[in-house]
Design a protein around this ligand. Structure first.
Ligand SMILES: [Fe+2]
Length: 388
């Protein structure tokens, strides 16, 4: 499938949930769930957030709104198919009626997967691909607690298929939640290395959304805003954890999420999905390794967009594409250094003999469709080898 470049209001579609953003607003989760008709809430999170105290805050908010709840915390990084399938059984057993997902991409994607199975039945792999969900999902409130995933506004859910040892991507308007609620205060308990790696995920969302062949003026404005905020605040947020910089990264994640949910992504994510599936690797770290090599590959196809991309990263180039390319690459390198993320596939534990199979899987990933430069298996393998 070829997707034509369409940078005009007359040819774009832009979908977002209701968005609530602000420090201290986690206390509003209960009223959000109640507004969606909830009486018994299925709260999906993970054990790390319970220890940090954020789960307690959400539970208190639900109680303050007169709601009952069931709590499900069997969610691990790169959420697994069986965790989602077990969660759906629990949702049904508890006769819940609204799902709240609190956490990073793993908890929120698990919440989406549980919502799909709760109303559609079957196995999660039945819904892989684009628009394969037939029945409406239960109302969904998603609360991100990292600065990268964008799952709280996106039309994607990514779940690990543990039999095939790959990530399956589900794309549907149905999986965008009813309400996205971000409380940037939750970032204060996120360890420094996760601030860097999740912000790198947002950085790759913004760059890939901006360069996507399905980008529009509506996605561009969000992608550029995300790049500005990340360029301004990533280094300080990682080093100093200041509330202002953390809030900027939370806002950047939201903008990047709105951009990529509507323009889709590119080769970085097409490659990151099979790598994450095979190695259970940190998604932001995988993106960090791939970003520069993919940008170098894409450059001949995106020259006209480079001055605006450079502007997003804080430089004025007067429209000169050569200097814009240099500035974007230099800025990207600086941000990746600041993130503290690994810089090679080898350091992530990827085996060299797996690279051809990873390239083959990436060629089938949905994200490859919107890459600004077409890539065959050989091209993808060459990128992987350079990133090794
Ligand atoms: Fe991502």
């Amino acid at each position: 499938m070829m997707i034509k470049q369409q940078n005009a209001f007359s040819h774009c579609k832009f979908e977002v949930p209701e968005i609530i953003f602000g420090r201290g607003l986690l206390s509003q989760v209960g009223s959000c769930a109640r507004r969606l008709g909830g009486k018994k809430i299925f709260l999906v999170s993970d054990q790390g957030l319970f220890k940090a105290g954020w789960v307690d805050q959400v539970m208190q908010s639900l109680l303050d709104s007169g709601l009952r709840f069931a709590y499900y915390d069997q969610v691990t990084p790169n959420p697994k198919d069986w965790e989602v399938e077990q969660g759906a059984k629990e949702y049904i057993r508890h006769e819940a009626d609204v799902i709240v997902g609190l956490g990073g991409g793993s908890a929120m994607d698990a919440a989406k997967g549980i919502a799909i199975l709760a109303s559609n039945g079957g196995r999660i792999r039945d819904f892989e691909g684009s628009n394969n969900i037939n029945r409406p999902l239960p109302p969904l409130v998603l609360c991100p607690t990292t600065c990268g995933t964008g799952s709280d506004v996106s039309q994607f859910a990514v779940i690990n298929d543990t039999q095939r040892r790959c990530k399956l991507t589900i794309m549907s308007r149905c999986v965008a939640p009813d309400i996205s609620l971000t409380d940037p205060n939750t970032l204060q308990t996120l360890p420094g290395e996760y601030i860097g790696t999740t912000a790198t995920d947002a950085l790759s969302h913004a760059m890939e959304a901006f360069l996507s062949v399905a980008a529009s003026s509506l996605t561009d404005v969000n992608a550029i805003r995300a790049l500005r905020l990340i360029s301004k605040s990533m280094e300080k947020a990682v080093k100093e954890h200041s509330p202002e910089d953390l809030e900027n990264l939370a806002r950047a994640s939201l903008h990047a999420g709105m951009a990529f949910s509507n323009s889709l992504l590119g080769i970085v994510h097409a490659l990151a999905h099979p790598i994450g599936g095979l190695y259970d690797a940190n998604h932001g770290s995988v993106n960090a390794v791939l970003l520069q090599e993919v940008l170098s590959y894409d450059l001949p196809a995106v020259e006209d967009k480079l001055p605006e991309l450079a502007f997003g990263m804080g430089y004025r180039t007067g429209g000169d594409t050569t200097s814009a390319a240099e500035m974007v690459q230099e800025s990207l390198n600086r941000l990746l250094d600041a993130s503290g993320a690994p810089r090679s596939l080898r350091s992530l534990g990827v085996a060299e003999e797996d690279l051809p199979a990873l390239a083959k899987q990436a060629k089938q990933d949905i994200c490859i469709l919107t890459s600004p430069r077409q890539a065959e298996e050989d091209d993808l393998l060459a990128i992987l080898k350079r990133a090794y």
